[in-house]
Structures are given as structure tokens and as C-alpha cells.
Ligand binder design. Structure first.
Ligand SMILES: Nc1ncnc2c1ncn2[C@@H]1O[C@H](COP(=O)(O)OP(=O)(O)OP(=O)(O)O)[C@@H](O)[C@H]1O
Length: 414
């Protein structure tokens, strides 16, 4: 188990992580989400002892990484797939990591097979594509069969088949009782992969709950209402009636209305009273992406000047600071997610694929023979062998403590 207590990291006057407390439990895939610059990589580096917390602690199995017995052999990590000596062949890169941790050379060929790089094992990694680099980084993380695995954006650059493979890999590792902590910006992928979520914004904890609870706690459920296309005046009539009754109504591109703030039976009654026939009245449940956007809306540091969500927000009074999201309550002023594209169902939760490539593979990692006892596991009483984490950055010295930043303000305002 990974446990952070009051974890804080400051770089000069920049607070990257602030008072973060959470646990990452074994036997589940825990997704680590947050907008760009919210402190995910900094947190992962502190977990792996590559950065020192300014205050607070983070432990793996009760020990700080640097005090963990055989630390590089218990924890595997992919932080930065590019942190590889490009002139070295993939196999040699893994061999050198294995030698440092006392892992037999034959395990290198095994993990190369697991990640599908056998054919290019003797090629220099500087010629690798982004996806091949990711696979090599994952191979390094798996090298020692670690109980605790951290992956920072593991599907970055992977093609759909690679993404599916990573999803199945994460699930298989968790199903074996391992602790799997994975960051990603791909919400649809997280919805399919993760069991639990830790969400941060501007370095602070926003949510620590199951995917299901997160969606229901942060979703702006709404009703889709459609009047006959042939009579546009009915749509206007209904829209006015719903608004007068306290509902919020947004037009969708396909002509339907998106209604929040009124239960379905009330919408039906109001339509009946207004003499408006309905062609559709359907409930809508938010996706993880919608719930995430809603939760993190006030904690985004970098935003395009062309913000498609802006029109869906209540504008704050002039001079007012945007509110930070309240865990479990979502973002004040947010009514509904952006309208979908014409004719599409972009807000539907992705359906888990079925068939031979759909669910988790039968054996560990989907590799032939996987699931059998690991021949490289350490003798009884000793920690299992694992690959050292791939460092993303040189360890840095803790910065002198600075006054706590006002995290409700934008970075520039602090
Ligand atoms: N070594 C450093 N020196 C100064 N500031 C840093 C350093 N490392 C990170 N930061 C700052 O800390 C904040 C958090 O960065 P971090 O990389 O942890 O975010 P992140 O959530 O991983 O972002 P992304 O999703 O874009 O990868 C950012 O504002 C970043 O600029």
C-alpha cells in the first residue's frame, strides 16, 4: 500500500503539492487524475524518493521509498519513457537495469515478450516510436515482478491495440493483488481501467473514491427532451415553461433540449400542461469525463482562450475569484456538460469490449504461460524482486519553506 500523509512540495514560491493525504490499496487499479500542472508527476516522484517532500510523508508498505528494504526490487515504475540511453539496445537497457537489481537475464527476454518488443530487442531505442518507448518503459517497470507499480501516462503514444493491452495489463496486475497507481488524461480509458480514483487540482486532493461514486457525486445528470421537429414553436413553448418552473434549458445541436433542475415526471407534466407533444424524454447519466470536467473546472491552470465550456458556466461577478471545486459537490455554477455533436452519443459511457481481446487476459499480462508461479520471485521471507523505477528527474533538494499559497487563486495571482 502507498500512503501519503500531509504531503506538500514547494519549488521556491510555487506550491506543486499541498497537504495531500491518500492511500493506494493493493488489489485495485487506482487512477490518478488532475489537470496539467496539478502535481501528479511531483507526487509520483515523491513516492519514489526522487523528490523530497517539503513537509508530510509518503510511504510504501510503511517505509519511505529510500528506507524500503530492497526498494528498487519491490517497486516498479514508468515515469518518463524517454529516460533511456538512446544509443543502447532495448535489451541491453533492460539487462543493465536487471543487473543492478540482481534479476536474472532470462527475465529480460520474458518481459520483452510481454510488451511485444522481442523483434526489436537488439535495436537502439533512439529509433523507437513513442509507443515502442512506452512499451520499453513498461517492460522496465515489470522487470522484477514488483508488488507496487506506478505508471505515469502509460498509454501515451500507444495505438488502440496498445491501449487495450495496457488496460488489460493493469487489470491483471491488480487482480493478482498488486498495488497499481496510474495517471492518465484519457478519461474514457480510466473509466474502463480504474476501480478507484484519486483526483487532485492545484496540488490539492479533490476526490478519493470509487469511479462509480465519483461519477454520481460529480455528474450533472440531465434530461433530454425532444419536441416534434416539424413544429419548432412547440420547442420554444416548452423551453419557456420549463424555465419558468425553475429548470435550466440548453439547446442541443440536433434540436433536442437539455434540461437540468427538474425531475423527469415534472418535465412530462409541464409539457402536458403546455400542450406540447414530446418525441423524446430520456434521463442521461454523466460519463467519467463529464464528472471530471465538472469537478476540476475551477482547478485548471492552463486554458485556451476559446473555451467551449465557458458558455455553460454561470459568469462570476466582476473581480470575483473562480471558486475551487468542493470535493463531492462538483463545480458551482456548472449546469451541464457541453452539448454533443450532431447525431452522436459522445456522452455515453464506453462499453467494455467483449470477445477474445475484450476482458482481462486469462493469465498475468496476457503473456503465454503467465499466471503460473513466478520463477523469479524471491525466496520465502524475502521481498519479491522488482525493477527500479525509471527516474524522471534528478532528485532535488527541498526548497525552503514558503508561506502557504492561496490555492484558490490562479498561479499568476499568487
Ligand atoms: N522541478 C521543478 N521546479 C519548479 N517547478 C516545478 C518543478 N516540477 C514541477 N514544477 C511545477 O509544479 C507544478 C506541478 O507539476 P507536475 O509536473 O507535478 O504536474 P502534473 O500534474 O504531472 O502535470 P501534467 O499533467 O501536465 O504532466 C507545475 O506548476 C510545475 O510547473
Amino acid at each position: 500500500m502507498i500512503e501519503a500523509v500531509g504531503l506538500t512540495k514547494r519549488y521556491g514560491d510555487k506550491t506543486a503539492v499541498y497537504n495531500l493525504s491518500f492511500q493506494v490499496r493493493p488489489g485495485a487499479v487506482t487512477g490518478f487524475l488532475g489537470p496539467n500542472g496539478s502535481g501528479k508527476s511531483t507526487t509520483m516522484r515523491m513516492i519514489l524518493g526522487l523528490d523530497n517532500p517539503t513537509s508530510g510523508t509518503v510511504t510504501i508498505g510503511g517505509y519511505p521509498y529510500r528506507k524500503l528494504p530492497n526498494a528498487p526490487r519491490q517497486v516498479g515504475a514508468l515515469l518518463d519513457a524517454k529516460a533511456v540511453h538512446g544509443g543502447r539496445a532495448a535489451r541491453n537497457h533492460l539487462l543493465s537495469l536487471a543487473q543492478l537489481s540482481g534479476i536474472p537475464a532470462r527475465r529480460v527476454d520474458e518481459v520483452l515478450g510481454v510488451v511485444g518488443l522481442q523483434e526489436v530487442a537488439r535495436k537502439r531505442s533512439k529509433g523507437f516510436s513513442l509507443g515502442m518507448g512506452q512499451r520499453l518503459g513498461i517492460a522496465a517497470a515489470l522487470l522484477g515482478d514488483p508488488q507496487v507499480l506506478l505508471f505515469d501516462e502509460p498509454v501515451n503514444g500507444l495505438d488502440p491495440e496498445g491501449i487495450l493491452w495496457v488496460r488489460n495489463l493493469m487489470k491483471a496486475l491488480a487482480a493478482e493483488g498488486r498495488t497499481v497507481f496510474v495517471s492518465s488524461h484519457l478519461m474514457s480509458e480510466m473509466a474502463l481501467t480504474a476501480d478507484h480514483l484519486i483526483v487532485i487540482g492545484r496540488g490539492q486532493l479533490l476526490a478519493d473514491m470509487s469511479v462509480t461514486d465519483f461519477i454520481s457525486a460529480n455528474s450533472a445528470d440531465f434530461a433530454r427532451v425532444r419536441t416534434p421537429d416539424t413544429e419548432p414553436q412547440l420547442r420554444e413553448k416548452l423551453s419557456s415553461a420549463l424555465t419558468e418552473a425553475g429548470g435550466h434549458v440548453l439547446p442541443e445541436q440536433d434540436g433536442a433540449l437539455r434540461v437540468t433542475g427538474l425531475p423527469l415526471p415534472r418535465i412530462s407534466d409541464l409539457a402536458y400542461e403546455a400542450g406540447v407533444r414530446l418525441w423524446e424524454l430520456s434521463p442521461h447519466q454523466a460519463s467519467l469525463e463529464e464528472a471530471y470536467m465538472r469537478m476540476t473546472q475551477g482547478a485548471v491552470d492552463y486554458r485556451s482562450t476559446i473555451d467551449q465550456k465557458a458558455s455553460l458556466q454561470q459568469q462570476p461577478p466582476p473581480g470575483a475569484q473562480p471558486p475551487m471545486p468542493v470535493p463531492g459537490q462538483g463545480q458551482p455554477g456548472w449546469y451541464a456538460p457541453p452539448p454533443p455533436q450532431q447525431g452522436g452519443q459522445p456522452f455515453a459511457m464506453p462499453t467494455p469490449p467483449s470477445g477474445p481481446y475484450g476482458g482481462a487476459p486469462a493469465g498475468a499480462y496476457g503473456a503465454p504461460g503467465a499466471g503460473a508461479p513466478n520463477p523469479y520471485a524471491a525466496p520465502q521471507g524475502q521481498p519479491p524482486v522488482a525493477a527500479p523505477p525509471v527516474p524522471a528527474a534528478e532528485p532535488s533538494q527541498p526548497a525552503p519553506a514558503a508561506p502557504a499559497a492561496d490555492l484558490t487563486k490562479s498561479e499568476d495571482a499568487r
